[in-house]
Design a protein around this ligand. Sequence first.
Ligand code: C2E
Ligand code: MG
Ligand code: MG
Length: 722
Amino acid sequence: MTTETIFARQMNMAEHIELVIESTQVGIWDWDIETSKVTFNEQWAKLIGFKVKELLPMNFDKLLTKIHPLDVKTINTIIAKHFNDNSGLYSVEFRMLHKMGHYVWIQANGKLIEHSLNGNPKRMIGTHVDISQKKVNAEKLETNAQLLYETQHIGKLGGWQLNLKTNELFWTDETYALHDTSPTEFNPTYDAGLDYYLPESKDILIEALDKAINKGIGYDLELQTYTKKSRKIDIRTTCVVTLDQGVPTYLTGIFQDITDHKSNQRKLEQANIDLLKANSDLKFSSNYDLLTGLPNRNLLTEKIEHTIQQSLQSNTLVAIAFIDLDCFKNINDNYGHHVGDKFLKVLSQKFKTTIRECDTISRFGGDEFVAVINRLTNQVDGEKLISKLLSIASEPIKIDNMLINVTASIGITYFPSDNSNPDQLLRHADQAMYKAKQDGKNQIKKFNIKENQDVITLNEKLKRITQALEMKEFVLYYQPKVDLRTKSLIGVEALIRWNHPVDGVLPPAMFLPEIENDLLEIEIGKWVIETAFNQSKKWTDLGHDIPISVNISPMHLQHPQFVSDLKSTINGYPDFKGGSIEFEILETSALKDINRVSMIMKKCNALGITFSIDDFGTGYSSLTYLKQLPAKYLKIDQSFIRNMLDDIDDKSIVKGIIELAKVFNLQVIAEGVETPEHGDLLLSLGSHIAQGYGISKPISNLEVLPWLKVWKEKPFLIDGSI
Ligand code: C2E
Ligand code: MG
Ligand code: MG
């Protein structure tokens, strides 16, 4: 006999049920519908935290107060339905208020077991089971499922599974959605799924699936497919293989729409390509001329640099030819810029085909080109090639049915005879080209290295002269002018000297020509005027009235600030007396712009400055001109005076000048009076103011007063005492 049989025998049925109820923790209820009374067991009360007696008496309405307000209606509806059906089980889930204040989920099952005589429901019994935990779990499950659905949707992430035994293909909702379809619309199969892929993707996928099915190897691919609505999408599809005893049974994977990601990636790639292109365009435009495609100035300098290095190594010559088209502007002006541009393009190509492969032709700017001809063994070969460029440039070119032609001026310099850097070489070729233009265009000129050397030395000289001015190495010497009749001193001429620390006292011929037309000429001129004013004041202070004449260079005289500078100098000498300073201007310079010069002279006259026309006779002044110049003296050039004793022509010139001066009411000063004979002749010709070595050589300021003293005592040096 088994233990179970013994056990069954020992208990009666009621005890048995009681035991089951207790062990399963099921609450039992019994509802007398007519009286509304509800009876229940201990477990029923326990489910909501009470003892039986705490709940007694219990009726249906009281019970309803223990139900969650939102569930009451459901309960009533289901009970009503159960009463109505009168079949099956009453089953409902609802919440009941626990003694502790929270709600407990209850699963109620029951059955109407008795009707009254009139057929109304009379008695119903049933159970209550606590399903709170089950509810929580279900809710969690629901939330998880929902979350999974949402995230898959957000991530456009679908899934699929292929059962290899049945060949059934399963798609998740999102996979359908990604294909713009739904399970009701489309039945996915292995072949139907594949058909939507783009050809290239389809081939890749077939191969990958083949490997998965036959070899159990998974994949992770990025492909392109069409959706049911013919929308092209980028997808990522992966596959893992489930094996059963080494044999693939399921393929499972994701199916993800990565169109946005891919399109961003493509945009990025395109942006990268664009960037690379922009970079190379930029590189091209920084090195090449966009119109002609020829190397530009930038690249040219590099090429020259490279070429001269090569030339040094190979012991060959390089010609740098600067080509400037003559009157190219006319083409633009007459036919418009577009024609000019076309012309330049065609000409560039012709230049390019004329030079050799190893040479370079570059567009320097506008209508300027530079050819770099290298590997030359002699200059003659270079010139031959460059002559070809010259004749090519003058060939007519047909643009828009018009025959257009220009010529070119070309300047060349050769490295290494012109041993300069690329920039200098270009400048030298440019200078030579400029010469070609000046000499009538349409020709080639070679850069003259010697001339350039002269320019360099000149620059150095200018630097040194500037330094001399700063170092106060200049001094003024003074050469007396006297009246031959009275022997009195009528003034001195200030003559500049350079007290050179090494070379001694240098005459103006040694440095004034160097600064001619340089701004330095004005600086030195200002210094001379200032020094003369200063000296004049010193002599005046010593009681000597010695007018000083100052030589003014043409450039200085015509400087816009000349008169105002003079005013401020005069303002610095409150005791300045009109006539104590004179200006000597060259006849030749006065003639250049006579109206302007005479205006300046008048302004200076107004300030108390008188004028001499210096070196008179050399400028061939006409009478009309002379009349316009408000001068006080005419200084006859010393060349006439010196030779007048022997040269009858010079004598008549001197005579003529003296007569002329009388007509214009000008006084005459004769320069270069070296001997008493000169003096005598001058007096006989009617001129009596003289300056010359026969009276005194130019002397320093310190020597003037001592000389004057001697001169006053014995004013006849002219008689041969020097
Ligand atoms: P200039 O104004 O005609 O000055 C006269 C020049 O003749 C002076 O030469 C003087 O030394 C020279 N001379 C005077 N008498 C005789 C003579 O009997 N025989 C000979 N052989 N020469 C005589 P210097 O001082 O060498 O000046 C030459 C020129 O330089 C001046 O000619 C003048 O044009 C210019 N110069 C001199 N000083 C200045 C200056 O401060 N400023 C400017 N702008 N030019 C000056
Ligand atoms: Mg003079
Ligand atoms: Mg003179």
